[in-house]
Design a protein around this ligand. Structure first.
Ligand code: PXP
Length: 265
């Protein structure tokens, strides 16, 4: 199981002061030393963290494959085609959101997404689509010509936090707060089942399967043990832990949990 480390939040910290420190490029060597398999960055339309100069240097300087998350906005896609990272992961983007809130609407934007996939592939960039765990969306994703899907684990992560963390979680989870423990357990089993079945369905459709969003040191194992998932992309929890233990150690600890979960199977 591969681990892609999303380093956007290093740039978030820099942007808090609008200066040049910390520089996300400095993370590249640490990721490699710690055993990460991939660098993941999101060049957002509003450039709230990673900017064009970061993206250019990261693609040029990274010894690890670079997975660039991006919207299907033509101006952004032109930049990605010029930079030619190893992979582009197409994600939905809303200006007001704090983070990517749901999967791509592949059914509603099938033609635009298919054209975007074709353009990226012309530039020899592998393409993944960030989607909700839903059979119809997976089937449509395969039809776009994408190589991979990344299953959105946000619902799983939110319910997991409601059940097992004593800290208040995201505002989205307020709804779930009204649910009883047994209702939450049921929702968690449902979310796990959806991810597991979607991973099987996508693999059968010939797609590589990744997963990500909201994964952390408490909830990662149940996802890492799913046999059809080949890659996890994790940002927030790793960068948060690096405040306490340093980035290298934070990545090593995550890698260990993932490896243990894979080998337990
Ligand atoms: N995968 C995708 C497609 C994402 O958009 C994000 C968030 O940028 C992540 C993974 C990482 O999510 P988190 O920061 O919650 O680990």
């Amino acid at each position: 199981m591969k681990l892609g480390v999303n380093i956007d939040h290093i740039a978030v910290l820099r942007e808090a002061r609008k200066i040049n420190d910390p520089d996300p490029v400095e993370a590249l060597g640490i990721l490699r030393r710690a055993g990460a398999d991939q660098v993941t960055i999101h060049l957002r339309e509003d450039r709230r963290h990673i900017n064009d100069y970061d993206a250019k240097r990261i693609v040029e300087l990274s010894a690890l494959p670079v997975n660039m998350e991006c919207s299907i906005d033509p101006a952004i896609i032109d930049i990605v085609c010029e930079l030619r990272p190893h992979r582009a992961t197409l994600v939905p983007e809303k200006r007001q959101e704090i983070t990517t809130e749901g999967g791509l609407d592949v059914l509603g934007n099938f033609d635009r997404i298919s054209e975007t996939v074709a353009k990226l592939k012309e530039h020899e960039i592998d393409v993944s689509l960030f989607i909700d765990p839903d059979f119809e969306v997976i089937a449509a994703s395969a039809d776009t010509g994408a190589d991979m899907v990344e299953l959105h684990t946000g619902e799983y992560a939110n319910i997991f936090a409601m059940l097992y963390s004593n800290l208040p979680h995201t505002p989205h989870a307020i709804e779930e707060l009204r649910l009883s423990r047994s209702e939450l357990q049921e929702r968690l089993s449902q979310a796990i089942g959806d991810l597991e079945n979607s991973a099987i369905y996508a693999a059968k459709a010939g797609l590589l399967v990744a997963a990500g969003h909201g994964l952390n040191y408490q909830n990662v194992s149940r996802i890492a043990e799913m046999p059809n998932i080949v890659e996890l992309n994790i940002g927030q929890s790793i960068i948060a832990r690096s405040v306490w233990v340093g980035l290298e150690q934070a990545i090593r600890q995550m890698k260990e949990l993932i490896d243990e979960a894979c080998h337990s199977h």
